[in-house]
Write a protein that binds this ligand. Structure first.
Ligand code: SAH
Ligand code: SF4
Ligand code: F3S
Length: 444
């Protein structure tokens, strides 16, 4: 069969990146090879995110860009991911040159859907959120996995319904994969040389709920920790409300669990946290941070925060800033509140003006920038275990790897160290990374 080419554009979270990797694999089996050049593609697939306005708009500008190609070459145009899930058939109505809409649980159906477009010239839309287990078990074949580290989906969806968030609507209810399947997948990865896994889920702490007789997240971590040959375990994302003592103590007990947690707090004001429907208070968040640091003093803590949520007044924002000063996060992902269609907060009174949101964001980011730099500078002189991921993107004489605390480290070294754990002395802490020198021959 004549080979064809597919060009991918992916926005959004790690889930979406992982979904794109799965789709690439499925398509390869149907003779669609990946290309970096949209002009060469027979299929252009845009995997979209609708969590905020900015990533949502990207899909429309991308579609506009590819319209001409479509006219010239009859390229098949497809939209997948969360915008596809949310907009469904409306996308086909509004964009007459679009061929396919692939919802978040329809990835495993991709080859069949393409066949309908190619063979029958149909325009297709599949956005049911009621797929069986099959979509949960769409995993990558081993040969396509990067050598060093890999994502592993442990659950999909979310039941939290924070008032600002679109995710439960576009990813459906929480569903966990059977632990046996997860362990088997990780076993296979490790046998092929993977050293680090990152367990993926919108709310990993809820792992196992709703699946009769299934183990919980701390037990899952414990079993993964026992897999021989695996060096590092990470996970994302956990919700502060469900962060149990048992999970906190896993940091002290499981030697492969890396000393980093991403624990979004969203706001430092109890009033705003209540309106967000987050289910925890400022004090209980701070208490969890304290306990994490007691159990694991070297833990790096990162988080997400939203400014300008409806009803956020100057004093609420001040409380967000004092929380940031108090916790001293290693890094923060900060966003301006963006009203999402169909969420409760969209209809709340007290929407904050764009100008104020922008001012708050800039101030918050300037405060965090200093904290991040100070945190990175505190590494100077230390010797850190680094897992080498590949050559540095900035300088091809350098290798790039990460500390257990998830800090990027660049240092001189030979390509044969990719995939190895090496000891690196940190010489400089920078705004977004560390610089270092490998010790001895780099061996442990
Ligand atoms: N499941 C993850 C979050 C997924 S969304 C969790 O609960 O932690 C990633 C981040 O996007 C959120 O943590 C939040 O900070 C931000 N976000 C989500 N909806 C948003 C909105 N409507 N406006 C601005 N930021 C938003
Ligand atoms: Fe969204 Fe809240 Fe679920 Fe995270 S926990 S995905 S912020 S609804
Ligand atoms: Fe975006 Fe969907 Fe992820 S909305 S953040 S791609 S779950």
């Amino acid at each position: 069969m004549k080979e064809k080419f597919v060009y991918f554009e992916t926005y959004g979270c790690q889930m979406n990146e992982h979904d794109s990797a799965k789709m690439k694999w499925l398509l390869e089996r149907y003779h669609y090879l990946p290309t970096q050049n949209p002009e060469k593609a027979d299929l252009i697939l845009i995997n979209t995110c609708s969590v905020r306005e900015k990533p949502e708009h990207k899909v429309y500008s991308a579609l506009g860009r590819y319209k001409k190609l479509k006219e010239k070459k009859k390229t098949i145009l497809a939209v997948a991911g969360c915008v596809a899930q949310q907009e469904g058939g409306r996308l086909l109505q509004n964009i007459p040159y679009l061929d396919m809409v692939i919802g978040t649980q329809a990835i495993h159906l991709l080859p069949r859907l393409i066949e309908r477009v190619e063979r029958d010239g149909e325009r297709v839309c599949e956005t049911s959120l009621d797929q069986g287990e099959e979509y949960l078990e769409t995993i990558l074949p081993i040969k396509d996995f990067p050598k060093v580290k890999s994502y592993v989906t442990i659950m999909q969806g979310c039941n939290h319904f924070c008032s600002f968030c679109i995710v439960p609507y576009v990813r459906g209810r929480e569903r966990s994969r059977p632990s046996q399947e997860i362990l088997r997948e990780i076993d296979h990865l490790v046998q092929r040389g993977v050293k680090e896994v990152c367990l993926l889920g919108q709310n990993v702490n809820s792992y196992g709920k709703g699946r009769d007789g299934e183990i919980g997240f701390p037990e899952l971590l414990k079993r993964i920790n026992e897999i021989e040959g695996l060096e590092r375990i990470r996970f994302t994302t956990s919700h502060p409300m469900d962060l149990s003592d048992e999970l906190i103590h896993a940091y002290g007990r499981l030697e492969k669990l890396c000393e980093h947690i991403h624990l979004p707090f969203q706001s430092g004001s109890d009033k705003v946290l209540r309106a967000m429907h987050r289910g925890y208070s400022r004090a209980s968040y701070l208490e969890k941070i304290e306990r994490l640091r007691e159990v694991c003093p070297s833990i790096a803590i990162t988080a997400d925060v939203i400014v300008g949520f409806p009803g956020e007044e100057e004093e609420d924002f001040e409380e967000t800033l004092t929380l940031i000063q108090k916790v001293q996060f290693d890094d923060l992902y900060s966003f301006k509140y963006s009203p999402r269609k169909g969420t409760r907060a969209e209809a709340f009174g007290g929407q904050v003006e764009e100008e104020i949101k922008q001012k708050r964001l800039v101030l918050l980011q300037s405060i965090q920038k200093e904290i991040t730099l100070r945190k990175n500078q505190a590494y100077e002189g230390r010797v850190e275990e680094v897992l080498v991921e590949g050559r540095s993107k900035q300088n091809d004489q350098d290798l790039m790897g990460r500390t257990r605390t998830n800090k990027i480290v660049n240092f001189r070294g030979d390509s044969n160290l990719v995939g190895e754990l090496v000891q690196v002395r940190i010489t400089q802490g920078l705004a977004h990374s560390l610089r270092g020198e490998i010790l001895g021959d780099g061996a442990r």
